[in-house]
Design a protein around this ligand. Structure first.
Ligand code: C5P
Length: 400
């Protein structure tokens, strides 16, 4: 994972969202980061330093006057080795201090004393009226002009019982935003359409034909592309996955729907990555009503008709985006992968051996292009997706 070895300073200011940050720390640690927690007094009204110390495995600092710091300069020492500062939750008060350069406690002072190159990402969390207050909005504009990055907030039900903007991002979404800090923005300003997941071809209103694709690889690619700066549209067959934060998703069922949605959005895209496991055939004689069991034991006779090939259709467009295909093969991957790339007319085809990788978190890939092939992995699908997106971005740039 790309947080391996990253040193994060996690600053917590006061807000009920502090309880979610306990979970965030666990995820950050699991992703390989070291987490130095610094808390304001207000944060400690919501969660104890003991909890944060136990979860982070490091001493929590909360005072500029901490006698344990030999040189009494925690505000300098804590940031010099850091790779990023994350403020979560970032209260209205703390954002105000940050915007105006006030430093009257350890956390605000260390933000002020941070080296200019050190990224600072703040995850605002507050009541909807506080969020909408012109003073807060004015402070946000100042912060953005100073290069402070914001993650969220989200809209929804609030702990106070009100409803609206101001909820801190959920820990998995915040983790995604933190990971994105470290991804080179090679796709900034580019649009990418990704198809993902299986398709579902109806037999009747309650039955259908699908496949074992979980959508994990396609979703990981959508997420990594967004982290690399792209505006991503995910056209997804039925999966159990949540849309990655910041990615627009359109849900579809059948191959024909996936084809229609893709083609209606393709003109605006710079890149097209077809990860979906699209059914090759649909049922020609699907029934509008549920098929009934025959008393004499006669079974229904299904007839099939071929689905449109979305990837080949897009690749053949006169103004085709840069196209990347996927191929899951159960055997002869090297031979079939090279043949498939040529048949689909795409510059890059990514092969893997299925179905054993379907639904798994790890995968190995083989990249086929006009010059031959090369291996990538085995690795975690998230890591592979990041490596692949960077590879795609470089190839896209080289041909543009
Ligand atoms: O022909 P095959 O299904 O093995 O090709 C796989 C590649 O083609 C994947 O990128 C898949 O998303 C894409 N595909 C498609 N439309 C189809 C069938 C496959 O876009 N009808």
């Amino acid at each position: 994972m790309n947080l391996q070895g990253k040193r994060l300073v996690l600053g917590m200011s006061g807000g009920i969202a502090c309880y979610k940050v306990a979970e965030l720390v666990r995820s950050l640690k699991k992703a390989g980061a070291s987490v130095q927690v610094v808390m304001t007094d207000a944060a400690q009204h919501f969660i104890t330093a003991v909890t944060m110390q136990a979860l982070s495995g490091q001493t929590v600092y909360d005072s500029q006057w901490d006698a344990r710091i030999a040189n009494n300069m925690a505000h300098i020492d804590l940031t010099r080795d850091a790779d990023a500062i994350i403020i979560a939750p970032a209260s209205a008060d703390f954002l105000g201090k940050l915007a105006h350069g006030l430093c009257d406690d350890l956390l605000s002072t260390l933000c002020m004393a941070r080296p200019a190159h050190l990224p600072l990402l703040a995850a605002p969390a507050m009541n909807v009226e506080m969020w909408q207050n012109p003073a807060l909005q004015r402070n946000l504009r100042l912060l953005q002009a100073d290069g402070v990055l914001l993650a969220g907030p989200d809209a929804g039900a609030q702990a106070c019982g009100e409803h609206g903007m101001g909820r801190m991002l959920e820990p998995p979404d915040l983790l995604q935003e933190i990971e994105a800090l470290f991804m080179p923005k090679l796709l900034a300003g580019k649009r990418m359409l990704v198809t993902a997941g299986p398709t579902f071809e109806a037999i009747d209103p309650v039955r259908g034909i699908t496949n074992l694709s979980s959508g994990k690889m396609g979703y990981a690619i959508a997420r990594a592309a967004r982290a690399a700066g792209a505006e991503v549209l995910l056209v997804s067959g039925p999966t159990a996955l949540s849309a990655p934060y910041g990615v627009q998703r359109i849900n579809v069922q059948s191959a024909q729907q996936m084809h229609d949605v893709t083609l209606s959005h393709i003109a605006a895209q710079d890149l097209f990555v077809a990860v979906a496991a699209v059914a090759d055939w649909r049922v020609a004689n699907s029934s509008e009503q549920k098929l009934k069991k025959d008393a004499a034991g006669k079974t229904p006779q299904l007839e099939f008709v071929q689905n449109p090939d979305i990837l080949a259709t897009v690749a053949a467009l006169p103004q085709a985006p840069y196209c990347v295909g996927f191929a899951a093969e159960s055997e002869n991957l090297l031979e079939y992968g090279a043949q498939k790339r040529a048949r689909k007319g795409v510059p890059l085809l990514v092969g893997n051996l299925g179905p054993q990788t379907f639904g798994q978190d790890h995968n190995s890939l083989v990249l086929f292009d006009a010059d031959g092939h090369k291996a990538m992995g085995p690795a975690d699908k998230k890591q592979l997706a990041q490596d692949l997106v960077l590879e795609i971005a470089q190839r896209f740039k080289a041909q543009a």
